[in-house]
Each structure stands twice: as structure tokens, then as C-alpha cells.
Design a protein around this ligand. Structure first.
Ligand SMILES: *Cc1c(COP(=O)(O)O)cnc(C)c1O
Length: 358
């Protein structure tokens, strides 16, 4: 994506669910919010939001942070000591998209496990837990990403999660959930967010993805954990002032935008089923479980980047290049079902013309 391309606005934007913009109703709710000094614990909207989130997740306490990345990085810093080793899937956000934060901020190794579409097994975890040794890093904890973003929106089944966390507990490890899209998993599976969350010491949820708020994440855990997280929020410059204005967007999102995630999933399924019928495109619709659609364009002879550029410049539809020949399309609050047929046609025409030109 060049700067020039990103300035024009696409007709249909399937780039990411981070693109959702606050609706007029959400903005009105934000404008009406009561505020105070968050750092002093005096912002009523922030307090309402963190109470709502800790209830939803079944945790003692929660802290509001400016981003999901800060939620993950603070959780890792609280749970570890420099030299520790943490286990995560090779596709994990903490490994690939947090600028080396675990190493830079906490001085820890993150060991990559090769799961299936972002989901690893209890046996895989057990195999890499190190026995205590003077020479080895100390295996300290495990991170599970629900849903797996780079795995393609994959849902960790509750039973798999339970088995993985049981292995962690057998070895005295802590467990953190990167629940950026936990509500997508909950809505799609029918399992309560709390049922997933209760397995973990700490859980983060993102407000600025499919839930449609402009800013923010929430990190939840025990009173003691949140007390320590607050110290890092302050130290790392994440403590805000009248942040009730943005916390209100989170309240609105939790009240209004959770159940509707099911529409995003239906749209993603529709997209996947239609793309599966297009020559040159490889996709297994059954693997599309939530709002993320990954498809392969190798057979068209184009790279994912070339494919994405053509779909955008010729049809005004934006997708993203996710791997050398893997394209990602994400459905969200601001993608309406009537926008899907033109998106499918654009992708099909791009594939057809590429195949014709081979
Ligand atoms: C987006 C995302 C994050 C980070 O959230 P930001 O609010 O963008 O910092 C963490 N984990 C996963 C799986 C994500 O998709």
C-alpha cells in the first residue's frame, strides 16, 4: 500500500476490522460522558468500563489502556523476569506485530510453536517446557490468542484451551489470553467470554477492532495483577486524564456491538463461499470461522501485493497482502452485506484477467 493509495477511500474496505469508525450514536454517547482524572481513579466512565469488562470476563479487576499492544506488553512484563521464556504460536501478535516488545521491554524470549492455523496443542506445549537448569531460560508462561488473527480468525476450542492451560498449570506456568477478538470467538461458538477467560491469569480485549470503538484495550486479572499493571501503565506513559471520553466509546461498544459480530461472520462466510468458486483462488470456506478471510492467489501467477493493488486500483476494493501469495479480507461493522457482491466480482475479475494474461 503506497501513501497515495491509502489517501483515496475505497468503495469497500476489507483491509482490517481496525478501520471501523465511531458511529453517530457512539459519538453522541461519548459527547455525553461524565469524566474525571483517570490517574486518580476519578473518571466515572473509565471506572464503569473497567467494571463492565471485569464482570464480563469474570476477573477481579481491569485496567483501561490506550492500545491492545500495551495490554499484551504490560501483561508480559508483570508476569515475567528478564531471561524468562514464554510460549506462543508462531503466528502470534506478540511475536510478529509488537516491534520486538517482549525482548525490548521485558527482556524475554518468546518461543514459537507451530500450531495449526494459530492453535497449538497441549502436547506441543508439554514438549517445549524446559526442566529447571542453570543453562536454560526459565519457562515462565504461555500466551493464547483468541481468535488467532494471522491463523485466519481461528477459534481456540474451549477443550483445547483447557488442555493447554492444564499443561501450563502442571508446570507452574502463568497463562495470558490475547483476546483481541475474544468476543468474535464467543459469539461464533456460543461459549461465554467468561468461560474462556476463567482459565487465564490475565486477559486482554480490544475495543478498537470489530467492536467499533476508536481507541483502547482492557486488561483484566486479579487485584494484585492489575495493581502491578497500573504501575507500568503509569511508567510507560499510558496513564491518561479525562479518558472517559474514549472509555465511553468502549461502554457503547460492549453494550451495542457484541451480538452483531455474528453479522460479520455471516458476511465472511458468504465471501469465502463465493471466492471458493473463483478460478485461481484457493480457499476452504470451512476454515473461515469468524470475520477473517484468508485466500491464496498463487494460481493466478500474481503475488498477494500485486493482486491487492489491482483489486484496489481497478475496482476500488481494498484487501491486504498477508503473505507472499496470501490475501486477507476482513469483515466488520462498516462493511454492509450489500457491499459483498461487488467485492466478490472485483476479486473474481482480477483473478480472471490475471489467468487470461498468463
Ligand atoms: C490488533 C491486535 C493486537 C493489538 O491491538 P492494538 O490495539 O492494535 O494495539 C493484539 N493482538 C491481536 C491478536 C490483534 O489482532
Amino acid at each position: 500500500m503506497t501513501a497515495a493509495e491509502s489517501i483515496q477511500s475505497p468503495h469497500v474496505d476489507l483491509y482490517s476490522d481496525t478501520l471501523t469508525t465511531p458511529s453517530p450514536e457512539m459519538r453522541a454517547f461519548m459527547a455525553d460522558s461524565r469524566v474525571g482524572d483517570e490517574q486518580k481513579g476519578e473518571d466515572p466512565s473509565v471506572n464503569d468500563l473497567t467494571n463492565m469488562a471485569s464482570d464480563l470476563l469474570g476477573k477481579e479487576a481491569a485496567v483501561f489502556l490506550p492500545s491492545g499492544t500495551m495490554c499484551n506488553e504490560i501483561a508480559l512484563a508483570v508476569h515475567t523476569r528478564p531471561g524468562d521464556e514464554v510460549m506462543a504460536d508462531a503466528t502470534a501478535h506478540i511475536i510478529n506485530y509488537e516491534v520486538g516488545g517482549p525482548a525490548a521491554l521485558s527482556g524475554i524470549n518468546v518461543r514459537a510453536l507451530n500450531g495449526k492455523r494459530g492453535v497449538f496443542s497441549a502436547a506441543q506445549l508439554r514438549a517445549v517446557v524446559r526442566p529447571p537448569s542453570r543453562y536454560a531460560p526459565r519457562t515462565s508462561g504461555v500466551v493464547v490468542e483468541q481468535t488467532s488473527n494471522a491463523g485466519g480468525g481461528t477459534i481456540w476450542p474451549l477443550a483445547t484451551m483447557n488442555d493447554v492451560v492444564s499443561v501450563a498449570r502442571d508446570h507452574g506456568l502463568w497463562a495470558h489470553m490475547d483476546g483481541a477478538r475474544l468476543f468474535n470467538a464467543a459469539v461464533a461458538s456460543g461459549v461465554k467470554p467468561q468461560a474462556y477467560a476463567e482459565l487465564f491469569d490475565s486477559v486482554f480485549i480490544d475495543l478498537s477492532k470489530g467492536l467499533g470503538a476508536p481507541v483502547g484495550g482492557i486488561l483484566a486479572g486479579s487485584h494484585d495483577f492489575i495493581e502491578q499493571a497500573w504501575r507500568l501503565k503509569q511508567r510507560w506513559g499510558g496513564a491518561m486524564r479525562q479518558s472517559g471520553v474514549i472509555a465511553a466509546a468502549g461502554i457503547y461498544a460492549l453494550q451495542n456491538n457484541v451480538d452483531r459480530l455474528i453479522d460479520d461472520h455471516a458476511n465472511a462466510q458468504h465471501l469465502a463461499e463465493n471466492l471458493a468458486m473463483v478460478d485461481g483462488i484457493s480457499i476452504i470456506p470451512g476454515e473461515v470461522e469468524t470475520n477473517i478471510v484468508l485466500f491464496d492467489v498463487a494460481d493466478t501467477g500474481l503475488t498477494a501485493a500485486e493482486f491487492g493493488r489491482r483489486v484496489f486500483s481497478e475496482h476500488g476494493i481494498r484487501v491486504s497482502a498477508f503473505g507472499p501469495t496470501t490475501v486477507r479480507a476482513v469483515t466488520h461493522l462498516d462493511v454492509k452485506s450489500e457491499q459483498l457482491p461487488p467485492a466478490v466480482s472485483a476479486i473474481a475479475e482480477t483473478a480472471e484477467s490475471a489467468l487470461a494474461g498468463r
